[in-house]
Design a protein around this ligand. Sequence first.
Ligand code: DC
Length: 224
Amino acid sequence: MLAIDGPGGSGKGTVCRLAAAALGWHLLDSGALYRAVAVYAQDQGVDAEDAQALTRLAQSLPVEFVAAEDDTRVMLSGRDVTLDLRSETTGNAASRVAAIPEVRDALLGRQRAFRQSPGLVADGRDMGTVIFPDAQVKIFLTASAGERARRRYKQLLEKGIDANIDRLYSEISERDRRDQERAVAPLKPAPDARLIDTTAMTIEEVVTQVLGIVGDTIGNRRES
Ligand code: DC
């Protein structure tokens, strides 16, 4: 199994999707679970500060990942929330929800259940440190905050969403700080993770390097 951690905008999501497709392995987008809790809380009118209520929502989260032709669709209580999950507002709310230890506990089993044959690519912040500490391959992707803000800006414009690069930069920096400084499962590389700085790399270059590391470590052995 391959655990990839790193901050938002490091290219993690795309790299994980392409690596999982190339390897023929399952994919866990753990950030989508925290984002789904944030959207569910908003739907249910639960206050973003109410840790107990948020934990109950995380425990009973009616989320489903459905494979579609182009991508995976995320369904919440049967409603397609794929687009809602990707917004900056949801990302910021997810970062707050993710700082609550009981919410993280509530999502633990659900994440581990993704580990199935023939293998799993897990995308998150604590995949290599907390959720899958025994993963055979651990990679930590980084990129400078300025580059990550530029990438996010480009992505949003491509989707036709208006964006302000200075605001994105300060939101990214704020989210980094919150994710790195929280008491439980902070964003940090596992001691045995390989670090890749993607600032000056294309997605293709990163994927090639990641698949190279998997090949060197696991070779052609079948594994789960
Ligand atoms: O990767 P993402 O942007 O979809 O994640 C959204 C938020 O969820 C992010 O700010 C941090 C949190 N998160 C986390 O704490 N642990 C994970 N394994 C994945 C995401």
